[in-house]
Structures are given as C-alpha cells and as structure tokens.
Design a protein around this ligand. Structure first.
Ligand code: P6P
Length: 322
C-alpha cells in the first residue's frame, strides 16, 4: 500500500504543492473523525447563522472551515486562502507562493440525514507580491489551477486529486490514520446512460436544457436512442465521484429563479476544481455554452452553471445549446 506522502514525493516535482495537499489532509482527517462520530460529537445541526451566500450554516460548516483555515494558515507555502464560508480572502504567509480556495463541507444540508458530504479544494499560484487578502489576487481562470481535489466523507473517506498529471484516488485507512493509494490515472467513460439533475427546477431552465432533458427522459423511443437512469444526491462531491468512478453527466444549469445568477454552484471552489478533475480524467466541463475553466472570474463567490462528466454526453448536451 503506497501512502499519500510517498506517492506525492514520486509523482510531483512541486514540493510546495505536495506539502499543501499532504498538510491539508490533517484537517480533513479531523473532519472525517467528527463526521463519523455524528451526533455523539455534538456538532450536528444548524449554527443558527448565515454565510456570505445567504445560506444557513451547519455547525460542521463552521467547524470544518475553521479547521482548514488554521491548517492552511500554518503552512509557509500558503500566501492566502478563500473559502465559501468566508466573506473575504484571508492572508496567510506573505512569503508563500500559493493560494488555496475551498468549500469546507459541500453538501452539508445532507449532514443531518447522514448522507455523503465532501471538502473541495483548488490551488492557484500567487503572483509575485500579490496581497493574500485582496480578492483580485485570486481571480484567475480555472485553467491556471496547479492542483485540485476533494475529500469524500462516505462509508469510507477518500481523497482524489490532480496536479495536472491525471487523477488519483486514495482511501483513508483508519487503522493507521493514513491515506493509501487506491487507483492511479482514473478515466471517465466517454459515454453514459446516467444523468444527475434536480428535476424540481425543470420549469425554470432555459428551453434548450428543457429540450435536452426531455430527450433523456424519452429514452430508447427518443432521439438519443437509449434508456437513461437518474441520480440526485444533492452533494456535488458525491455526484462527481460517481461520475469519475463509472461515468455520467452532472448538471446544475442556469435557471430563472434568480436571473442575476448564472447558476447555483460557485465557480472558484466548486466549478473550477471539479472541472480540472473531470477534464484530467478525460471528461468535459462546460456551462453548456463555454468551457468552465476558460471563464475569467470577476468575483471570488461568483456562480456558474455546470454541465460536466462523460465527454460524449456533455458534447450532446452542448449541441442543444448551439
Ligand atoms: P439542490 C450543495 O448545497 C450544493 O452546493 C451541491 O453540492 C449540490 O449538487 C447542490 O448544491 C444541490 O442543490 O438545489 O438540489 O439542493
């Protein structure tokens, strides 16, 4: 069994990035421990406060955010951090060369019902002299990411990441407290018969998305000529993990409930890192109109519409939006 540190040392020449990923796992193991304790840890339930997104924070959202913040702030490699749970970026070490953006606990509405949640992270290079407390330091397109990954807190705790040379999966072995290599160079099948979308929003989608999903639902009698299955876990990390494991297409498209927002999911710490993983595994990640990782961000918490997964299926979805 190859431990994470051994793999990182042999897999990437960038020791700073290797140290950040390895160090980040200290806080993620703590999060996994607290989640596994569930109500026994006294941290299930609402924090009775809202985050910058206007979303009700769970106690574990706040605890996870603080654990990861403290972990990163102690790393000399980290110039600054940005979190879904922080209104503004946080400067860490002025001599650090990297920026870490993260969603500390994605899917946290599932915590109270014991359904899979996850931590998503994205690593960018800081420009020389750039201020780790300034939003503009972080506004880089997804194709500038030097690394991205997630920790999935499910029946087992998994780490998947990419530093630009494929996607690799590790399982936390609780007997030794270490992440050990499970799979290297994960590849997403180009085709799929499984789609993930929240159907309750159907009447709010663009007509193009309504037409595409209607054809998915027509199955073998429709123009797509095959029967599809549907999944919706309401936890992006779990959906993308399923897609990296067996293929599929995940969609959270633009909807007219709030025309000022291009979508629900956040570009910098959900859309971009998951796009890097999906494309490094041979999949495709789009807004249905543009490549997600080509978007020049204008704000750290900006949202994005998401269509990602098996390359051929995403290409089909995009064809409805031409
Ligand atoms: P809905 C979780 O809150 C999240 O950001 C993603 O992880 C998930 O895919 C989506 O929102 C679920 O949204 O509207 O189905 O609750």
């Amino acid at each position: 069994m190859q431990r994470l540190r051994t793999f990182l040392d042999s897999h990437t020449d960038n020791k700073d990035v290797a140290n950040i990923i390895d160090g980040l796992m200290v806080s993620c193991k703590d999060i996994a421990y607290r989640l596994n304790l569930g109500s026994l840890a006294g941290v299930i339930g609402s924090a009775e406060q809202e985050n910058v997104q206007g979303e009700c924070q769970k106690l574990l959202d706040v605890i996870s955010n603080d654990l990861i913040k403290d972990c990163l702030a102690a790393m000399p490699q980290v110039r600054g951090l940005a979190s879904e749970e922080e209104p503004d970026p946080v400067a860490c070490n002025k001599d650090g060369d990297y920026l870490v953006l993260f969603d500390p606990l994605d899917g946290s509405s599932n915590i109270d019902v014991n359904v899979t949640v996850g931590t998503i992270f994205s690593i960018l290079k800081a420009a020389p002299g750039a201020d780790g407390a300034s939003e503009s330091t972080y506004l880089q397109a997804g194709n500038q990411q030097v690394a991205a990954g997630y920790v999935l807190y499910g029946q087992s705790t998994l780490l998947l990441f990419s530093t630009g040379n494929g996607v690799h999966a590790f399982t936390l072995d609780p007997r030794i407290g270490e992440f050990v290599l499970e799979r290297e160079n994960i590849s997403i099948p180009a085709t799929t018969s499984e789609f993930a979308i929240n159907m309750s929003n159907q009447r709010f989608w663009l007509p193009e998305m309504q037409n595409y999903v209607a054809d998915l639902l027509q199955g073998e009698e429709g123009p797509l000529g095959k029967r599809y299955n549907m999944r919706w876990i309401a936890s992006m990390v779990a959906e993308i993990h399923r897609i990296l494991t067996r293929g599929g297409i995940f969609m959270y498209p633009y909807d007219s409930r709030d025309p000022s927002k291009p979508g629900k999911l956040r570009l910098m710490y959900e859309g971009n890192p998951m796009s890097m993983l999906v494309e490094q595994a041979g999949g495709k990640a789009s807004t249905a109109f543009d490549d997600i990782m080509a978007i020049d961000p204008e704000a750290i918490h900006q949202r994005v519409s998401v269509v990602m997964g098996s390359a051929d299926e995403v290409t089909t979805a995009i064809s409805y939006h031409k």
